[in-house]
Design a protein. Structure first.
Length: 626
């Protein structure tokens, strides 16, 4: 795992080594083992290396034999050995054993089509000296990040936003549309970022920038579900084989590896498959209380026979680490479990350099409880659209808290408006109460429903549950799940791999019918059945906890007051009505409602604003917090 950065100019000017040093020094945590820089007129490539494969020879930037193709690459290609053999059969000569060099020769042979052959996680840039063009790509699911800034004179790219900021310190203003959507999603949906003028390359996209200053984005793959009716047991057998194969491929490394282990079936399945191959170490964190995941994780580890390490996070530990985590995130991700992930990554790094984890299983196999909602709403959802609208208006006038009111409201709300992903924190009505200038802003931006509509429009032929999964595959997973997974592990120079998000495994998962995914009153039914005999029985049907953070209780106590003071001192008064935020905090402390999630979303944005708009820390902060 590594960090990449670079600059392309649209004149014969050559990027300076000093510029590239600034861009790479600030992401030293992504690659503390080595660094590299290469420049010529128009282009400069920078690299930070965390050595995983080919420890001696895999240095970057890397080139082909005649130095006409140069690359900087962040990620891992799991089928690189097979691709290497195919390329050698075509006459390509290799100087290293690295997966990076395979991409170089694959590009020589197939051009932009090379990305379709890669099995793995990646964000890379290739400089084609003959064509004077830059070609970049991001992996199928968005496991690895890719940020860029495109202007009239230059193109900047990097694994993290802070590298682009280091190249151009003037880029320090909030993207209002991103902020408005963040309040609903709890993350900034792609391709936006919270910074004006900086964008994310979406998953499964390539980017081509030519010497004349033209830029083109292309999508090369779509995680579309296409259910196919086949015998249940056929899917079971194939699922077992595909997951086993994915884990084997994801264990390729020349350094020690381990596995995150929570209380649920996903990480347990990964750990069980790893343990069948070799002795492994597993890691978990938790919080004191009834839902302490470390207790269950330790029982699981004992059953699997792993060498297990766990740590309890106190309230003080949690909040002390929040500013560091937010700096590493680049932009606010208001998922409290991100902080827990920060701590378990810190624990794991004390013992290994690579960890495998269970991200992606819920999106592939229908694991979130919210996916059961279409089934529960069937007694209402059968109504014609006009009748639904009529009933909805009537029910909306009923007193809040009346039994059945919320059920009828949701049942008469179209799926396209009801479900925007696994988080829906602030509604448009709530935003109107806290945003400065909301009357104007709320009617002048591409809102969450409009963003989700792009993906709903592609899935009109699918059932509601599968449509929900597709929404999460394109919004929630890259924006929240994979964003925090990458940033919180790389904060500690730890490589995280996600075997469920393997394109070969997805080819199977996308064909599994919805009635196999949700059945017998449970989620991920087919996956649970497939794991029978592989993982302990007491884990098979355990409900998902997902790093349960006791935020509600913490914000009711003295911590709530401290949080509010930090919000007030953050300089976000131009965006947020601080009096309205204080009113929410007071109501929460008095037990007049649960405002914890909304307060946390505001708090994380406030700390991000303090960090990136007021303090603007640079490479020295990186060195102190790596």
């Amino acid at each position: 795992m590594c960090g990449i950065a670079g600059a392309m100019y649209f004149t014969e000017r050559e990027p300076s080594e000093q510029l590239l040093r600034r861009m790479t020094d600030v992401i030293v945590h992504r690659g503390p083992d080595d660094s590299g820089i290469w420049t010529e007129p128009r282009i400069g490539l920078g690299f930070r290396r965390l050595s995983i494969i080919d420890l001696q020879e895999g240095r970057q930037p890397l080139t082909n034999e005649d130095e006409t193709v140069w690359i900087v690459f962040n990620g891992e290609i799991y089928n690189y050995k097979a691709l290497r053999g195919q390329l050698q059969d075509k006459g390509h000569q290799f100087r290293t054993q690295s997966d990076t060099e395979v991409i170089v020769h694959l590009y020589e042979e197939y051009g932009a089509e090379c990305v379709k052959m890669l099995r793995g996680m990646f964000g890379f840039v290739i400089w084609d000296r003959k064509k004077k063009l830059l070609f970049g790509a991001r992996d199928h699911f968005g496991i690895k990040p890719f940020y860029y800034s495109f202007g009239p004179d230059q193109f900047l790219f990097a694994s993290e936003i802070k590298s682009i900021l280091a190249a151009d310190e003037t880029r320090r203003s909030v993207e209002t549309e991103a902020f408005m959507n963040y309040l609903t999603f709890q993350y900034v949906p792609e391709p936006m970022t919270m910074f004006q003028g900086i964008r994310k390359l979406p998953p499964a996209h390539t980017i081509t920038v030519r010497a004349d200053g033209t830029m083109k984005l292309s999508r090369y793959w779509d995680p579309m579900f296409e259910p196919v009716s086949r015998p249940f047991n056929d899917y079971i057998e194939e699922l077992r084989e595909k997951l086993k194969d994915s884990v084997v491929h994801h264990m390729q490394s020349d350094v020690e590896r381990g596995c995150f282990l929570s209380s649920g079936i996903d990480s347990t399945a990964i750990a069980a498959h790893m343990r069948n191959i070799e002795p492994i170490r597993t890691f978990s964190v938790g919080f004191e209380g009834a839902n302490n995941e470390t207790t269950i994780a330790r029982e699981t580890a004992e059953a699997l026979g792993t060498e297990h390490y766990s740590r309890l996070i106190s309230e003080k530990d949690f909040f002390d680490s929040v500013p560091k985590a937010i700096w590493h995130q680049d932009e606010p991700v208001a998922d409290p479990s991100a902080i827990a992930l920060y701590h378990v990554a810190q624990l794991a790094k004390e013992h290994v350099t690579v960890v495998l984890s269970g991200e992606g299983a819920d999106e592939l196999f229908g694991g979130y409880r919210i996916y059961r909602e279409p089934l529960s709403l069937r007694p209402v959802s059968w109504m014609p659209l006009l009748m639904k609208r009529f009933v909805h208006k009537l029910v909306d006038k009923l007193p809040a808290g009346l039994p059945g009111r919320n059920y009828l409201l949701r049942g008469t709300t179209p799926l396209e408006e009801r479900f925007l992903g696994n988080a829906k924190i602030f509604s448009e009505e709530m935003k109107a109460e806290i945003i400065r200038g909301s009357d104007h802003l709320l009617h002048q931006y591409k809102n969450p429903i409009q963003i989700a509509a792009e993906f709903y429009n592609r899935t009109r032929h699918l059932d509601p549950v599968t449509r929900m999964q597709y929404i999460d595959m394109n919004l929630w997973m890259p924006g929240d799940i994979l964003m925090k997974a990458d940033k919180m592990t790389m904060a500690h120079s730890l490589e995280l791999r996600v075997p469920f998000l393997d394109k070969e495994l997805f080819e199977l998962a996308r064909r599994i019918p919805a009635n196999y995914r949700l059945a017998q009153g449970t989620t991920k039914y087919i996956f649970r059945k497939a794991m029978e005999g592989i993982i302990p029985d007491f884990i098979l049907n355990r409900p998902k906890l997902g790093f349960p953070v006791p935020m509600r209780d913490w914000l009711k106590g003295g911590r709530g007051g401290a949080v509010l003071e930090q919000v007030k001192a953050s300089g976000i008064g131009d965006y947020v009505d601080l009096a309205a935020v204080e009113q929410m905090a007071v109501k929460h402390r008095q037990g007049a409602g649960d405002y914890a999630r909304r307060l946390w979303v505001i708090y994380v944005f406030a700390l991000w604003h303090t960090t990136y708009m007021l303090e603007q820390p640079g490479a020295s902060y990186a060195a102190a917090n790596s």
